[in-house]
Write a protein that binds this ligand. Sequence first.
Ligand code: PXP
Length: 249
Amino acid sequence: MSSHLRLGVNIDHVATIRNARGGDHPDPWRAVQIVEQAGGDGITIHLREDRRHIRDADLDAVIQRTRLPVNLEMAATEEMLAIALRHRPHAACIVPERREERTTEGGLDAAGLHNQLAPMVARLNEAGVRVSLFIEPDPRQIEAAIWLGAPVVELHTGKYAHATGPALADELKRIADAAALAARNGIEPHAGHGLTFDNVGPIAAIPQLAELNIGHFLIGEAIFIGLEASIREMRACMDAARGSMRGKA
Ligand code: PXP
């Protein structure tokens, strides 16, 4: 079993709350500092095309100031590619994006978008940015990621998060199988979307997964228990599921 499962904290919704009033509070940078103190392993931010939460200035501040690796979630557009190449974050996760959606709904069709993605993945790889493709846990999409030369895939856990009854076990198996297939082919599997204290355990126990990216629940829970406690509790849930392997790598 791979030892330390990294926790990337997505701070987008700190910016959502800030933007609701148009001022500068709460400041996403302050959230980054708390993620650092709480033992988060990375900062994830999604600079959406409509800038509904994270803005260009947030990205500048986070990239320049944090000691943690930054994972930039981005749509497969020329504008976002140029931004990623200018900032050179540690990682860039290419996600599907539609303006009318509330959040990233469903994975990227890496297979169908091969021609659009291939040059983008190549340019990010050349620039030393670790490219990740946010895909459904589907063998066809993993095959596409292999062809595209992506070093990382992030498996969309949204269907798992919303499943109940027998569908839950099916969704979990799809994710476990996809993680194993990716790892067998030299791709580092990550996972994320819709994860909470209650549902993270079975995902964290999938041995091939190297990183989880979690946002909405952590920021929501922070309203009640504080951001640091929220991150520490998530860390504890992940470690418990992995057999407390943290620090023993
Ligand atoms: N990973 C990716 C690629 C995402 O787009 C999101 C949502 O922005 C997340 C993880 C985090 O999902 P959630 O906010 O539901 O925890």
